[in-house]
Design a protein around this ligand. Structure first.
Ligand code: 5AD
Ligand code: SF4
Length: 361
């Protein structure tokens, strides 16, 4: 299957709704990945630094109004401990994730971690996923040593977005879009992604999401299936939720079509995909994904970072995790890469095109 460089919305929609042979689609996407970037699988060590969030998204277990989870913020020492354990295992890229928190204390704590990593963990790429923050804070975090930022648009459709978020200025689709554009244009390696299989979401919505990520010139993509989460308003619509295998297949088609439609981008086989399907890791990688995010969050916090039910992880200690991942990649003919942060070629290419400020790093 050869997808035109600028696939039409209609073609993407038909392939997403299962109108084509899936195996051929996945094989083509995998082949494009191998030709473009090789069979390497890059790692991002994930540390979930706080589960406190000021937002109230209808699908998410960390939403502000959910009083049934224990809230935590890791102390800087604990975060550095988790990062160093990963670094010793050979990881060279780390993702700090939290709910959306604006407090100066939180931001300065993250900046402090970034500065420490710059000086004590040479070669490490620091990735942040801390939600929508004021532009000057994005700048501050970049100067402190941040390299990449992930901000999922969740859905590119403002109308669909409004169905899954409260109707207030805190949950504005256009502000989220502006934040993403700012990140992209201010030097960050920038990633976005969407939720797949939300009740009422159509194949046309998802097709538009792929075209959105292409138009937005993204360097990285992380998208996963929607998974039921207890104590969230969306569960009131449980009868509209698609079967798990349908959501898995939709996610794999999204990965494959994104791989085919975009060039030189990193695409993650996300935890949500691995949670919904036992072989989600392998299936994601074989559909064109090239990034996996082993969880380095200390065990005592893991359960409280409950975005959704049943969140899976591979192995308990970093070394068990790395062994399991290496074996699973090898079994499908792919190579797990340590000691290389795996910058997406798209980032270099887009900077080469100009129009973005110089990075100096
Ligand atoms: N299922 C799957 N992913 C979810 N997220 C939040 N809630 C859920 C859910 N119920 C994702 C969102 C967010 C990321 C941190 O987690 O896309 O951006
Ligand atoms: Fe907060 Fe993100 Fe969950 Fe929304 S999806 S409630 S912003 S953690």
């Amino acid at each position: 299957m050869v997808l035109p460089e600028d696939p039409s919305m209609e073609l993407l929609r038909d392939l997403l709704s299962g109108g084509g042979p899936d195996e051929e689609l996945f094989r083509s996407a995998h082949l494009k990945l191998l030709e473009e970037m090789g069979g390497r699988v890059y790692l991002r060590g994930l540390v979930e630094i706080s589960n406190i969030c000021r937002k109230n998204c209808f699908y998410c277990g960390l939403r502000r109004d959910n009083t049934s989870i224990d809230r935590y913020s890791m102390r800087p020492m604990e975060i550095m401990g988790s990062l160093r354990r990963g670094y010793r295992q050979g990881l060279r890229s780390f993702l700090l994730q939290s709910g959306e928190l604006l407090g100066e204390e939180h931001i300065e704590m993250v900046a402090g971690i970034l500065r420490k990593c710059s000086s004590s963990m040479p070669g490490a790429r620091m990735v942040l996923s801390l939600g929508e923050l004021p532009e000057e804070i994005y700048d501050r975090l970049r100067k402190a040593g941040g390299h990449r930022y992930l901000l999922r648009i969740e859905t590119s459709s403002p109308e669909l977005y409004s169905r899954f978020h409260p109707d207030d200025p805190l949950h504005s689709h256009s502000s989220r879009l502006r934040a993403l554009e700012y990140l992209r244009d201010s030097g960050w390696q920038t990633g976005t992604g969407v939720l797949i299989g939300l009740p009422g979401q159509t194949a046309a919505d998802l097709a538009a999401d792929i075209l959105f990520m292409k138009r937005m010139d993204m360097d990285m993509v992380g998208m996963g299936p929607y998974i039921e989460s207890p104590d969230t308003p969306l569960l009131d619509r449980a009868d509209e939720i698609l079967p798990a295998e349908t959501r898995t297949l939709l996610t794999l088609r999204m990965i494959a079509l994104t791989r085919l439609a975009l060039t030189g981008v990193n695409i993650a086989a996300t935890t949500a995909l691995q949670t919904l399907s036992g072989s989600g890791l392998e299936r994601g990688l074989l559909a064109g994904a090239n990034v996996v995010m082993p969880n380095l969050t200390p065990g005592r916090y893991r359960e409280s970072y409950s975005l959704y039910t049943g969140k899976t992880s591979v192995g308990d200690t970093p070394s068990e995790m790395m062994d399991a991942l290496r074996d699973r990649c090898l079994a499908i003919g792919r190579e797990l890469i340590l000691s290389d942060p795996g910058d997406p070629p798209h980032y270099r290419e887009r900077r080469g095109r100009g129009g973005y400020p110089d990075d100096n790093r």
